[in-house]
Ligand binder design. Structure first.
Ligand code: SIN
Length: 516
């Protein structure tokens, strides 16, 4: 599959280090809230520190889960406080189609709005269409580069197929032209060979903006034609990139297999680390604060404390509730397996051409086994006690220091009212920027510390396929919810977390809600 001309074509790109690069200040890792330097006092990458930034360029045929992967990846990176944004070429194409409808086409395509989503538009032998698609892709890339170079972004993700060597050459050329040699570039390809995955992706595509409301069989035929057009000129990442020393990650069947090339640097390794732990398992994730403790009753923060009577009542109610939820979920799963989720439109027509056919796996049945429920608590007594009513033989319990409450340093054991009176300067500093604020004194921590200590926990929860109940503390609940809900920086620390409540998250429920 790798064209012998590949290296030659990519070789036309100005991927060379020049004098300016040699003279520039070397970039080292920046972690918001955890590193500080003259250039980046808060650890957020400074606008002029282009060498510390990263452009991630997606590669892959349509319906290979690229958009799913980039949304999840961007959510994770933003949660780590690396400013990340996705730039989607299909969205720009649809915007152009819309503006043509309103009579204000910017790229002036020689087409009608509806033809911008029909299969013909993706024909690689039609030079007008190829040129128009390149223009749209480069326009989107320019938005990405504006965000990285002018608007304070750290990581820009170009969500597009970029499935030919020529397109990748164009993209690299524009990046080097505008950002110079320092900006980090990482190609990330998603390949899918598993039938179930492809079916799910096709389903999502046909329910998406290009085909919404169309007759399903016609939509499917058009989309298969579009994919066939792409397959004619598709060149997966591989030999050409390796000969040119271009970093890449090739992800096969959402993490079943990952090929990497020249992955170095803080941001790129974080990205790969995360992708290595991907899984699409259907399950429930529950998040609860500890039941009420003696300290909670008086508003005192950050210390070990035992459950009071209300707390024990909550713990018992939680155990009954989760047991019922678990039984209901299992019943639903058994019904789904018995009814057999079938693809309603017959065989999908895609040749799934591959650079390495040995990658083709046996047909998967990802979700056919019953799930365990893991309970992860902090090591503080109020959380451990809240999990006590859950029988050990039915639940897999683990205590994790990473889930402990935010350490309030010298303020531990005081209430917020007391801190406001006794330490007004600290109280005001915390109010000004709760996310970056760190409690004073030995062991005092802040939200950014909680985010960073939860990193291995997030990796582990992404890896395992079981249901999971977290029993932890208000600040940690906020940080966990911020990860799942993709909350913005300022919403994270101020989110209202009611006591005696449990949150339920079902990561892939969207797939079940979509039908043709
Ligand atoms: C699209 O227009 O939907 C994707 C364009 C591309 O990257 O090929």
């Amino acid at each position: 599959m790798n064209s012998p001309r590949g290296a030659e074509i990519l070789g036309q790109d100005p991927l060379v280090t020049n004098d300016a690069a040699a003279a520039s200040t070397p970039s080292t890792l920046e972690i918001p809230g955890l590193t500080s330097s003259r250039l980046s006092p808060s650890g957020y990458i400074a606008p002029q520190d282009v060498g510390a930034k990263l452009a991630i360029i997606m590669v892959g045929l349509p319906a290979r889960g690229k958009s799913y992967i980039v949304k999840k990846l961007a959510r994770y990176l933003n949660w780590l406080q690396h400013r990340t944004r996705i730039f989607n070429v299909g969205e720009r194409r649809r915007k152009i189609a819309q503006s043509k409808l309103g009579g204000e086409a910017s790229e002036s395509p020689p087409t009608t709005p509806s033809s911008l989503s029909s299969a013909r538009f993706f024909d690689p032998t039609d030079p007008n269409m190829v040129s128009l698609r390149d223009q749209i892709a480069l326009g989107t890339l320019d938005e990405l580069l504006d965000w990285l170079l002018r608007d304070g972004g750290s990581i820009g993700i170009l969500d597009a197929t970029n499935s030919t060597l020529q397109r990748r050459q164009l993209v690299l050329f524009r990046i080097r032209q505008r950002a110079g040699p320092q900006l980090g570039v990482l190609f990330l390809e998603s390949c899918c060979y598993e039938t179930e995955l492809l079916e799910t992706n096709f389903r999502l595509k046909l329910a998406g903006p290009d085909y919404k409301g169309q007759i399903p069989a016609q939509a499917l035929a058009d989309f298969c034609q579009r994919v066939a057009h792409y397959e004619r000129s598709y060149v997966p990442l591989g030999v050409a990139e390796e000969e040119q020393g271009i970093p890449y990650v090739q992800m096969i069947d959402v993490g079943r297999k990952i090929n990497t090339h020249l992955i170095q640097g803080f941001l790129s390794t974080q990205v790969v680390d995360y992708l290595l732990n991907f899984n699409l398992s259907e399950r429930q994730i529950w998040i609860s604060c500890n039941g009420g403790s003696f300290d909670d009753a008086t508003g005192k923060i950050g210390r070990n404390s035992n459950l009071n009577d209300n707390g024990w009542r909550y713990a018992r109610a939680l155990a009954r509730f989760i047991q019922k939820q678990r039984e209901d979920w299992e019943k639903m799963r058994r019904q789904r397996v018995a009814s057999g989720r079938t693809w309603p439109l017959g065989k999908i027509s895609t040749s799934s051409r591959t650079s390495n056919n040995r990658s083709r796996p046996p047909v998967s049945s990802r979700d056919s086994r019953p799930r365990n429920i893991c309970i992860w608590t902090s090591m503080m007594p109020q959380a451990i006690q809240t999990a006590e009513p859950f029988p050990e033989d039915l639940y897999i319990k683990k205590q994790m220091k990473m889930l402990d409450d935010l350490n309030a340093g010298t303020m531990a054991g005081l209430s917020f009212d007391e801190i406001a009176v006794l330490h007004p300067a600290e109280f005001a500093a915390r109010k000004r920027d709760k996310l970056l604020y760190r409690w004073p004194g030995l062991g005092g921590k802040g939200y950014v510390d909680v985010i960073n200590r939860l990193r291995p926990v997030i990796m582990e929860l992404e890896r395992i396929q079981d249901h999971l109940l977290f029993v932890t503390h208000r600040a940690v609940v906020r940080v966990l919810l911020a990860y799942f809900l993709g909350l913005e920086r300022d919403d994270l620390a101020d989110m209202v977390i009611p006591k005696d409540s449990v949150f339920c998250l079902e990561p892939v429920c969207i797939i079940h809600n979509l039908s043709l």
